[in-house]
Design a protein around this ligand. Structure first.
Ligand SMILES: CC(C)(COP(=O)(O)OP(=O)(O)OC[C@H]1O[C@@H](n2cnc3c(N)ncnc32)[C@H](O)[C@@H]1OP(=O)(O)O)[C@@H](O)C(=O)NCCC(=O)NCCS
Length: 181
């Protein structure tokens, strides 16, 4: 990562690093908040750390599928991921990205730090397009994605039911690198 990507707007020495299995408990705790209290993810039942392990180990320190963690004073405050968009082979050059912060870490630049580091890491990889599905409304997430060059491509209306109502998902797309000539 270059110096720009490490610029720390939080002023609190936030560090971005690859996630490890030692993070499983904290990252599960962060995610479960959004599972149980919000529609931003369509998981509806909280995970145990063991239940979340396959998700964590599907990410690697090289290749298109990454997990980056933001920590302050040794405590994870959030994470960003790139993962498969869909399983069929021709989709391998597309990734779906996401970012989740502990509620106490939101609104002070950590999401932007994570995405800067994630997209810098992906510059070295054979990925052509990043996609993000955002349950709307979610002003912070929509703004973050637009700031990083994602553009809206359409809304899938009422594709998820949670908390006894249907939710729309707005899909965003970011080009990553040119394809073959
Ligand atoms: C969405 C999320 C990752 C954004 O990260 P963040 O660290 O809070 O955002 P940042 O401080 O880096 O700000 C990024 C941009 O969003 C804007 N923003 C932040 N919070 C906002 C809010 N509540 N409402 C509107 N805009 C907001 C910032 O002003 C900034 O825009 P700018 O570059 O024009 O100034 C974070 O708020 C979060 O984890 N939210 C809950 C989980 C979630 O929704 N994840 C996304 C699932 S798709």
């Amino acid at each position: 990562m270059n110096a720009k990507a490490h610029a720390d707007p939080t002023g609190r020495g936030t560090r971005i690093r690859p996630g490890t299995e030692d993070d499983l408990g904290e990252l599960t705790r962060i995610y479960n908040h959004y599972v149980t209290a919000t529609p931003v993810t369509f998981d509806t039942e909280p995970f145990t750390p063991q239940g979340r392990r396959p998700w964590l180990t599907a990410h690697h320190t090289s290749g298109p599928h990454r997990l980056l963690v933001a920590e302050e004073d040794g405590t994870p405050l959030g994470y960003a991921t790139s993962g498969p968009f869909r399983p069929k082979q021709a989709y391998a050059t597309s990734v779906e990205t996401s970012v989740y912060l502990a509620p106490e870490g939101t609104g002070r630049g950590i999401g932007s730090l994570l995405y800067a580091a994630l997209f810098e890491a992906l510059e070295q990889e054979d990925v052509h397009v990043a996609l993000a599905g955002i349950t709307v409304p979610n002003a912070a997430s929509q703004r973050l994605h637009e700031r990083f060059g994602f553009r809206p491509v359409g809304v899938f209306e009422e594709v998820g039911r949670k908390f006894d109502r249907f939710w729309d998902v707005a899909w965003y797309r970011k080009p990553l690198r040119p394809g073959p000539p």
